[in-house]
Design a protein around this ligand. Structure first.
Ligand code: TXA
Ligand code: MG
Length: 323
């Protein structure tokens, strides 16, 4: 199969209407989309990504009202979060109606819903008469894509079309919020919307659900994820340089260059802001992966705001960190 890249949303719509998969730009990361109400189309997502079928998919719609159409019940807190953050990098886990195929939710009675903010993706969604199921557009377990070229590298020859919407503005996957038996919000995945922003709307704190490694509630939260082809070590850069002195090293640093600036490095945010670091994170990982290095050294960013999600992704990409 030839993979074409372009900006033609009508072509993307025609392919999706024909039951094909198309890579689409979102403000978080690129997604690999198919008609969420067509099980045969959804199956092609799992095939193209080589994703295990126990891992469910997020359903994308253009408006909040449509999202809640697929939910059996919507807690008050879900309404408030949607009003504050949709369209945007928030996914809500809600009890599903039957029209959503079991393949999309991997047999769960809850569906993950998101109203994305990327203008070209929204134009595409509004053109369609069905919602789009879409995981990130990378091979299962590898680095998420924030540019059309990242998708091309990962899925070339496996999908017909990549809708190019430029670089993803947020750069981290959506934050996933579900609700417990008492309708209290629970954080299932840290992501492109900070916990502080959510707490400000709720008026109280929200806790991160501990996910058992073997059977996570949000099954994408596996220990090994975002993995580069060579080992990535996460920690203090000076310490790591002494621990791993041999071979070719490349470095991902936050705001300051490494002590030895001759070592090839990618600075996530020279100004030290976490928004820029988030936007650059997956580009940095793709860059490091393309350097034919023997090892990648990376340092954590401050553990606040978007820094929680950045450090989460770095830990999952690393070989030396145990959850
Ligand atoms: O920003 C994003 O969320 C991107 C863009 C494309 O929207 N999508 C994305 O999808 O990151 P994916 O498949 O890479 O990650 C979705 C996560 C996985 O951890 C999956 O297990 C979880 O959401 N998830 C999806 N549906 C679920 C469900 N019904 N119940 C529990 N977890 C679910
Ligand atoms: Mg993913």
């Amino acid at each position: 199969m030839i993979t074409e890249t372009g900006t033609d949303f009508r072509k993307a719509a025609a392919l999706l209407e024909a039951g094909k998969v198309v890579a689409v730009p979102t403000e978080t990361v690129y997604g690999l989309a198919a008609n969420a109400t067509d099980a045969d189309a959804v199956l092609k997502i799992f095939e193209a990504k080589q994703r295990p079928q126990f891992n469910p998919l997020i359903v994308h719609v253009p408006e909040t009202a449509q999202a809640f159409d697929y939910a059996l019940a919507v807690p008050d807190a879900a309404h408030r979060l949607a009003a504050a953050f949709w369209p945007g990098p928030l996914t809500l886990l809600l009890p599903k109606k039957n029209v959503i195929s079991d393949l999309v939710t991997a047999g769960s009675d809850r569906v993950a819903l998101r109203v994305p903010a990327h203008p070209l993706f929204r134009t595409l969604l509004k053109q369609l008469s069905f919602p789009l199921a879409a995981p990130s557009a990378n091979r299962s377990g590898s680095i998420s894509p924030t540019r059309a070229s990242h998708v091309q590298q990962s899925l070339d020859g496996r999908i017909p079309y990549i809708l190019d919407g430029g670089e993803s503005a947020v750069g981290l996957e959506s934050t996933i919020v579900g609700f417990d038996a008492a309708d209290q919000p629970v954080l299932y995945r840290v992501g492109g919307l900070s916990p502080e922003a959510i707490e400000a709307v709720l008026g109280h704190s929200i806790s991160l659900q501990h996910q058992p490694a073997e059977h996570p509630v949000a099954p994408g939260q596996l220990r090994v994820h975002y993995a580069p082809d060579v080992p990535l070590y996460l920690g203090d850069l000076n310490f790591l340089s002494q621990q791993h002195p041999s071979g070719k090293t490349v470095i991902i640093c936050f705001r300051n260059p490494p002590v030895d600036p001759i070592i090839p490095h990618f600075m996530l945010a020279p100004e030290g802001d976490l928004e820029t670091a988030a936007k650059n994170l997956f580009t940095a990982l793709h860059w490091a992966n393309s350097q034919a290095a023997d090892q990648i050294l990376a340092e954590p960013v401050p553990e606040t705001g978007l820094g929680l999600a950045i450090n989460d992704r770095l830990r999952r990409a690393s070989v030396n960190y145990e959850f």
